[in-house]
Design a protein around this ligand. Structure first.
Ligand code: SF4
Length: 205
């Protein structure tokens, strides 16, 4: 069965990651999908099909979580694109006592044409949103979202909306952008009451 070769769950350094979909409305300049299909011990993160919740649950049940307290939704795609599986999996992990983090491009509301932020924040312990740039044009040039120029504001709105439901939300930028640009991103994040984290760029991950 495809489930055997599909790497729904993988580890990298001290974390466990859940790769629940390859679907993504973006084509980011720095996306590792452009350069590799492997992360950590994985052999390939391309999936033969979008896993069902049962597929994901089976992968979780096979995995020994003894050394781990958190699982990160950060696949070779945008986790909110597989929204039902994301929420069911987060609920299942919470029942197991495993905390969850979502790494998202923040475009889930555009993908689903409705506000999904409350369901996300109610079920996931930490939400990390990629800001990537300080304005719509720069964002579009880096992220190449299928939704076009409105995506930047939608991403910020998603962060603003999440902040209504949880303190456990942050924007992120990768340290490949200029310091001035990072400062502007920090200013925008602060104006929304959301912290901003600067992530180190890695070709591997
Ligand atoms: S949003 Fe994430 S998965 Fe999608 S292209 Fe950008 S970095 Fe890659």
């Amino acid at each position: 069965m495809s489930e055997k070769k599909d790497e729904i769950l993988y580890t990298y350094k001290t974390n466990v990651y859940l790769n629940i979909t390859n679907a993504c409305p973006c084509n980011c300049e720095f996306c590792i999908r452009r350069t590799t299909d492997k992360v950590g011990e994985s052999s390939s993160l391309w999936l033969s099909h979008n896993p069902s919740f049962e597929d994901v649950k089976a992968a979780i049940d096979r995995f020994d979580f003894t050394k781990y307290t958190e699982a990160v939704f950060c696949g070779y795609g945008e986790p909110t694109a597989s929204f039902e599986v994301l929420i069911k999996t987060a609920k299942y992990l919470r029942q197991m006592g495993i905390k969850t983090r979502l790494n998202t491009n923040g475009l889930g509301n555009l993908i689903h044409k409705r506000d999904i932020s409350k369901e996300i924040c109610d079920n996931i312990d930490f939400v990390s949103i990629s800001m990537n740039a300080s304005d719509a044009e720069k964002y579009d040039a880096i992220v190449h979202p299928v939704f076009g120029i409105k995506s930047f504001d939608a991403m910020l709105d998603f962060g603003r909306s999440c902040r209504k439901y949880t303190e456990n939300v942050a924007f992120t930028v990768v340290d490949v952008i200029e310091e001035k640009e990072i400062s502007e991103c920090i200013r925008i994040a602060e104006s929304l009451g959301v912290p901003l984290r600067v992530r180190k760029y890695s070709k591997e991950y």
